[in-house]
Design a protein around this ligand. Structure first.
Ligand SMILES: [Zn+2]
Length: 206
């Protein structure tokens, strides 16, 4: 792609570094911004800058938060005996959208994936085990996507929790294999949490 302006080329290059944005789309977006009033771009740039600099991760569940403790963990209305274990923040958003779940979350920050070099120590697993030992949690609900990495991660945590006095369940698999939680419709996802099954039973089914 030949550019008549270095400034344009730089902007297009930076935009094209985002996932799913090729050079052509990047060019279209930059040209679109150029046609908008200047403060559109300023607001966009400021919002991105602020989200990067000021965002915090909840010290209890690792959810994205504006404060030290996120709104979910801080809410007196949530059932503190239930913790739903999810891969990332998008899963928290998807489950919250169902309005079917009133417990807390624990965001792992990914899945164990030897192929990508992600081991248990790269994820928020130690803090989950610590929570289990504190004794306030009665049940952990595994809600990872049912991919091989998801299953590996579930099994690893299940083994780590062995011997502790907590129930472990997994969301019902109305969600097809390889489907990411984020894409499940709200009704299916809501039901799969309500119809969760003991984790050990899901192992025997395989
Ligand atoms: Zn939290």
């Amino acid at each position: 792609m030949e550019f008549s302006s270095k400034l344009l080329e730089n902007a297009v290059y930076e935009m094209s570094q985002l996932p799913g944005i090729g050079k052509r789309t990047a060019l279209r977006l930059v040209l679109h911004l150029l046609k908008q009033p200047e403060d559109r771009t300023t607001k966009l740039a400021r919002a991105l800058d602020a989200v990067r600099k000021d965002i915090k991760f909840c010290s209890q569940c690792h959810n994205i938060s504006d404060a030290e403790i996120c709104e979910i963990c801080a809410s007196p209305k949530r059932d503190r005996s239930l913790i739903c274990v999810v891969e990332d923040i998008r899963d928290v958003m998807a489950i919250e959208n169902t309005s079917q779940y009133k417990g807390l979350y624990h965001v792992l920050g990914g899945k164990i994936s030897p192929m990508e070099g992600i081991g248990p120590h790269d994820l928020n697993i130690a803090s989950l085990i610590k929570k289990a030992r504190q004794g306030e949690t009665k049940e952990f609900i595994f809600a990872l996507s049912s991919t091989m990495e998801g299953d590996t991660t579930n099994f690893y945590i299940f083994k780590q929790l062995d011997g502790l006095d907590v129930n472990i369940s997994t969301i019902a698999r109305g969600i097809a294999v390889n489907d990411e939680l984020e894409y499940a419709d709200e009704v299916t996802l809501g039901r799969s949490i309500l119809n969760r099954v003991p984790f050990e039973r899901s192992l025997k089914a395989n």
